[in-house]
Design a protein around this ligand. Sequence first.
Ligand code: HEM
Length: 150
Amino acid sequence: MSELIGWLGPAWLMVKAAHVIIVIFWIAGLFMLPRYLAYQAETEPGAAEDLHWRQRTRRIRRIILDPAMLLAWLLGLALAFNHGFAGAYWLHAKLLLVLLLSIYQLWIVSVAGRMQCGIRPLSSRALRIANEVPGIATIAIVILAVVRPF
Ligand code: HEM
């Protein structure tokens, strides 16, 4: 339990619990947004249903995705400096995957932004395929964080 003597001291486990809770919200938002965009892509640009989906996707981004990604990084980096990076290859691999997941979020949010203007950059089918990415990433990230295979 060397983490207990890190800079977080006795707060370590509470910070880790907060990290896992926030990460659950983040991934939930990453599951919802591409799915909502897949439904929006099936509507006529400017139609009432399209305007409803624009409002819903704006809310997911503002209320869930942006704050959860920021907090997941803040709590995660606090844990990483508490744990130490030296020799923690599982953490290096995890940080790479989480960075790619963050870039995925920036990309899907940019797609949502264009769909807010009535553009349809991707088909509903392509968005459903894109919806699989957060799930696959989550499986790999959680195995790295819990099993620490290297
Ligand atoms: C955003 C950047 C992230 C950073 C910097 C980060 C960093 C860390 C660190 C250093 C730990 C180990 C804490 C310790 O035991 O002292 C940890 C634990 C954990 N992380 Fe993250 N993490 C991030 C994102 C994520 C994401 C996206 C997921 C899931 C999809 C995740 C899932 C977990 C889980 C489940 C644990 C607990 C593992 C255990 O103790 O058994 N983390 N994280």
